[in-house]
Design a protein around this ligand. Sequence first.
Ligand code: PLP
Length: 370
Amino acid sequence: MHYLDHAATTPLRPEALAAMREQWEQVGNPSSLHTAGRRARSVVEESREQIAAIVGVKPADVVFTSGGTEADNLALKGIARASGKKRILISAVEHHAVLDPADALIEEGFTVERIGVDHLARVDLDELEWLIDADVALVAVMYANNEVGTLQPVDEVARVCARHGVAVHTDAVQALGQVEMDLTGVDSVALSAHKVGGPVGVGVLILDRAMQVSPLTHGGGQERDIRSGTVDAAGVAGFAAALAAPKPDLVPLRDQLIAAVFEAVPDAVLNGDPDQRLPNNAHFSFPGCPGDALLMLLDAAGIAVSTGSACTAGIPQPSHVLLAMGADDSLASSSLRFSLGWNSTAEDVAALRLALPPAVERARRAGGIR
Ligand code: PLP
C-alpha cells in the first residue's frame, strides 16, 4: 500500500514503539507515592519536559489529554466558561474539534461568530479587527488547516487579541512537527501524538498557567486539577519519543507530488495557499470527478488518500473549508487530500502518478462527465 493519508493518522515511529514498550513492561501509577509510582511520575515529567522543549514552551504549561479533540474541547469550553464573557470568535475553517464545542456553547447562552477566510483559506484579519472587542471570551484560529494545508497568520491574530485583552487558542494538531511554530502571545495550543508518529489517544493542551479554565473532568486532580484522570505514562513517553525523532524535509517530495498530479491531470486545481502551506500537504480538486469515487478507485490501486478530514470523510457533504474559501458545491465535492509523513517515499508519488489518470477517467464517467 502507498499511504498518502498522514494527516489522518501516521504510522507509529519505531522510536515511539520502543519507548512505549519499555513502559508497558513496568507498573506504577504516576500519582502513587511508592517507588513504582515515582518511577512512572518521572517518565511523565521527563516526557513533559521533552515535549515542552521541542515546542518551545514551559513544561509547567503542558497539560496531557486524551488527544487533540479533548485539548480543543478543554480550551474552548474551559476558557469560555471561566471567562465570565459570552462571545467567541472562531475561524470558518476550523476542525470539528473546535467547531462543535463552540456550537455546544451556544446552548449555554454563548454567541459564536465565524471569521471568514480568503480563497486561499487565510483568515481575514480585517474581519477579526471588526468583530473583536473586550467582551470576547476567546478567539480560536488553527495554526494549519487540516484539509487544504494553509498556514494561518497566528502571530498576527495574537497581536490583535493582545490589543483587546482577549485570549487566543490555536489548534496546532497538523502543524506540530511540520513547521517551526511561533506561539508568542498564544494562550492555549492543542496538539495530538498520532499525527507525528506517536500513539492514538494522547494529546496535549499547552495552557498558560495564568489562564483561568474550568475543567471538563473532575476526579483525582491530576494535571493541575485541570484534567483529572491517570496520565498514560507509556503514551506520553511515546509522544515525546516520536517528536524527538529526526524529521525528513518533506517540501521536495510534496512539490514532486504536486508536479506529478498536474502532469497526470492537467485540469486539476491546487487548493490552499501555494506558498504558506504545510510541507506535507497537497490538496486538489478534480473538476467533474466525485471525490468519494476517486478515493475508492485509488484505494483499489493500492493508494490511500482522503477526501478531507478523516472525521468528516464518509459523510457525503461538501467540505465546509472549501465552501468557506468560496468554492462551489461541485468543486468542493470533487477534491482529494494527499498528505505525506516520516516514511513517505518517491515510490509513493510515482505510484500515484501512474494510478491517477485511469482513476480520474473512470470517476468522471461515473459522475456523468465525459
Ligand atoms: N484538530 C485537527 C486540526 C485535526 O486534524 C484533528 C484530527 O484529525 C484533531 C484536531 C483531532 O485530534 P485527535 O484525533 O487527537 O482527537
